[in-house]
Write a protein that binds this ligand. Structure first.
Ligand SMILES: [Fe+2]
Length: 390
């Protein structure tokens, strides 16, 4: 079997990706290569004083780079968080961004790097129509992305999800150049992640690969990536949760996460269409929401995806390949890694189901769900997921 020492590679697709244990040591060199002399490291508040961040800052400074930390971001980053980050960037005369942390830090860092060069407000760049044409590309700052969780895949994504606090809506800010110029996938940085977060973020990676795989959009390259991404999650997520120090499992989950975000250029679906409003309204963890919603959404999509899922189960080597065996596998892995079966267990009830259903229909992810669900259908999925009815 390949050991983690051998799992070391440089990939140039979908961007420059440095893969392997200990490769965080290459951070200062990557910053310099991208023309940075004074990067701003954007991270989650919980990581700002952690050794992995302090060591990264020290390593940059020891090679002559300036480097400050900005960590004023919420777990669902807001427009104000991005504005504050832009101010910190300008005040410190920075010339690039190191986005370091979980999905929140990566999304916030990418949005800050976009906004340092714009005169328009953030929401003018929401992923609607051709808003991306408004971006002053020359003003954008370069980004090195360093994920410390394996789920969001934001390090290889071209968008950031930012919460508009005034209306409690998560908006997608998009520009193709928001794809970080360089990425470090170092499994050593993820060993400290607690079991519950390892499980929830890993299920987010699964949901990206799975929704991309089921999307009706014509993009066979992305479908192929999604298929292998799902296989990696099946093989490695239970191991990463069982033993957080298993570097092989940690590295393969980082790769599966990057694959999920690469694959979802093909689109997402109803899991995300529901997880986005639920995250905005209840401030619940995004990966955990997708993990809980997964079997209910699969069931609702069944007639449109049955053949495709049966093909997936043959690739996954499940016994008795079929939609039913895949659903059984999803329920089993959720159970094994400690994901609750209902949204009720996350403190979500049906009192706002009409609002959630309306927001789900309007969410960009609903457009690539295999079935174009109505408000009533989204409300029914939500009610099933609250009560546990499959
Ligand atoms: Fe997600």
């Amino acid at each position: 079997m390949t050991s983690v020492q051998q799992l070391r590679a440089n990939w140039n697709y979908p961007t420059a990706v440095k893969v392997g244990a200990g490769r965080i040591s290459e951070l200062p060199g990557l910053c310099s290569t991208l023309g940075m002399s004074n990067p701003l490291l954007v991270t989650d508040p919980g990581l700002a004083s952690a050794s992995i961040v302090l060591e990264a800052v020290d390593s940059c400074r020891s090679t002559g780079l300036g480097c400050d930390i900005f960590s004023g971001i919420k777990s669902n980053p807001t427009g104000k968080n991005v504005d504050d980050g832009v101010q910190a960037y300008r005040a410190g005369r920075h010339d690039g961004v190191i986005a370091f942390g979980g999905g929140s830090a990566l999304d916030a860092g990418k949005a800050i790097a976009l906004m340092v060069g714009q005169d328009r407000p953030l929401w003018d760049f929401e992923d609607v129509g051709d808003n991306y044409l408004r971006v002053n590309v020359a003003g954008m700052a370069p980004v090195v992305a360093v994920p410390t969780t394996a789920g969001t895949g934001s390090e290889v994504g071209r968008a950031s999800v930012i919460t508009d606090e005034e209306v409690h809506v998560k908006r997608i800010i998009f520009h193709a150049r928001m794809l970080p110029a360089a990425v470090i996938l170092d499994p050593v940085l993820t060993v400290g992640l607690p079991k519950k977060l390892t499980a929830a973020t890993g299920m987010d990676a699964l949901s990206h690969n799975l929704e991309a795989y089921c999307s009706p959009f014509y993009h066979p390259m992305a479908a192929g990536i999604a298929l292998e991404g799902i296989r990696l999650v099946k093989e490695w997520l239970p191991k990463a949760v069982a033993d957080g120090g298993d570097l092989d499992a940690r590295l393969n989950m980082l790769v599966a996460s990057s694959m999920g975000a690469t694959a979802f250029q093909r689109g997402l679906g109803a899991m995300h269409a529901l997880a986005h409003p639920l995250g905005a309204l209840y401030d619940a963890h995004h990966g955990m929401l997708n993990a809980v919603l997964m079997p209910y959404v699969l069931n609702a999509n069944r007639e449109a995806i049955e053949d495709r899922i049966a093909a997936l189960t043959r690739y996954l080597n499940l016994s008795q390949p079929s939609f039913a065996s895949f659903l059984d596998w999803v329920l089993a892995i959720r159970n094994d890694i400690g994901i609750p079966h209902t949204l009720a267990a996350l403190g979500i009830d049906t009192s706002r189901s009409e609002l959630v259903a309306r927001m789900a229909v309007e969410d960009g992810s609903s457009a690539t769900n295999p079935i174009s669900f109505s408000r009533a259908q989204y409300a029914a999925i939500l009610e099933n997921a609250v009560s546990g009815l499959l």
